[in-house]
Ligand binder design. Structure first.
Ligand SMILES: [Cu+2]
Length: 405
């Protein structure tokens, strides 16, 4: 993308694309929309193994036009790339830490051997700055899962360290019951950007402390701040060591209160669209990698809840709202039975805001690609015989998409 194309795209994103239905149907909008879903992480085959590479870096992420934050990201994207494997695959993931912080990877919902579970000081030592750790497991069970950092989880997860992990199988039970035409992955998160900024700055302070610890011989890069006995810990404290649970090592006085809400790393008006056509069926994989409950509601349709935490439900449930609590995944099926442009959003309206301002956050649209030209514009107000309201310019005065639930 050259500079001119970038500027054109940027302008479109900021002014028209999100609000004006006419642009929703442009080929370039649809093409740009594909980038709003996680990219597929490529692998190489090594004997029986599928080998993947993940790294963590500090990168900038644009949540909405002109709103950028610093994030900790897998392979420089938020969410991280999607790992998609077949049930029974042998998976090897080389994880490289390119930051000054510790990290691990936890494979949420996967039956990994316990030493591969990614819980620091429980199943493994944290992956130190500059180090690499190799995770190996068999991909099971089937379904929609995710991976995330398990070190300093509160900060690292809302900083962006999460990604989808999809385990497929040849004879997919959902595909059999609801032959679907396309599928989408949506990863939800919530961010207190002030907390993120303070914590990342606090991290720089702790780096200075670590330098001091290293210079004074109280730091072992392989063992960090782990002590073999209470005496050893007490001796270190007497020598100036501050355990991480001491209050003066915590930057914020309060727990974070998220003020930005993202779907696939984007807040409205940058959120992805779910394109569908009349008669089509789509599968949507919903993953909550954040800290908030999202009460997701689809307008104009019911959907079928078909998988819960990846497990196919014995009986699909017909719904128009579901509650996606932290750590949960659901798969839903939407049938293209009611042509139009329909919002799909968090019905806890605190989460359809950007820093307290509506509209924003988890506001998205289900868009019928086959909506006829004449239905793409809102009827001019004068045709609606609404008294004084038609005294304007005789053209539409409503927002192009009704944003209220
Ligand atoms: Cu981390």
């Amino acid at each position: 993308m050259n500079r001119k194309e970038f500027l054109q795209f940027g302008t479109m994103g900021m002014t028209g694309m999100a609000l004006f239905p006419a642009n929703l149907f442009a080929e370039e909008t649809k093409k740009a929309n594909l980038d709003k879903f996680p990219s597929r992480l490529p692998y190489t085959k090594n004997g029986d193994w599928k080998e993947f590479h993940l790294s963590v870096n500090i990168t900038q992420q644009e949540l909405a036009p002109a709103m950028k934050i610093h994030t900790l990201t897998f392979n420089q994207t938020m969410p991280g790339p999607e790992i998609r494997v077949k049930e029974g695959d042998k998976v090897r993931v080389f994880f490289k830490n390119n930051t000054e912080l510790n990290h691990t990877i936890h494979w949420h919902g996967i039956y990994v051997p316990w030493r591969m579970d990614g819980v620091p000081y429980v199943t493994q030592m944290p992956v130190m700055p500059g180090k690499e750790f190799v995770y190996e497991f068999t991909a099971e069970p089937y379904g929609t899962h995710f991976y995330h950092c398990h070190w300093g989880t509160l900060l690292h997860m809302q900083s962006g360290m999460f990604g989808s992990l999809i385990v497929e199988k040849d004879d997919d039970p959902i595909k059999k019951a609801f032959p679907y035409d396309r599928e989408y992955t949506l990863v939800y998160s919530a961010h207190d950007v002030n907390f993120l900024r303070n914590e990342l700055n606090g991290m720089l302070e702790r780096m200075k402390e670590r330098m001091y610890m290293m210079q004074t011989g109280r730091f072992d890069p392989e063992w960090f701040n782990l002590f073999d006995s209470m005496e050893e810990l007490q001796k270190a404290i007497a020598n100036g060591y501050q355990p991480p649970y001491l209050v003066n090592r915590r930057a914020p006085a309060d727990l974070p209160e998220p003020n930005w809400f993202t779907v696939n790393g984007k807040s409205y008006p940058s959120t992805p669209y779910l394109y569908i056509k009349t008669g089509e069926t789509i599968r949507v994989r919903l993953i909550n990698a954040g800290t908030e409950n999202h009460h997701l509601h689809l307008h104009g349709h019911d959907f079928w809840m078909v998988c819960d935490d990846g497990v196919p439900l014995p009986q699909p449930w017909q719904r128009n709202t579901l509650s996606l609590s932290p750590g949960k995944t659901y798969d839903i099926i939407i049938e293209g039975t009611n042509r139009g442009i329909w919002t799909f959003h968090d019905h806890d309206t605190r989460r359809v805001t950007n820093n307290g301002l509506y509209p924003g956050g988890n506001l998205m649209a289900l868009v019928y690609e086959d909506l006829p030209e004449e239905e793409r514009v809102i009827q001019p107000m004068k045709k609606m015989k609404m008294g004084n309201m038609n005294k304007g310019k005789g053209r539409d005065m409503l927002p192009k998409i009704a944003l209220d639930e």
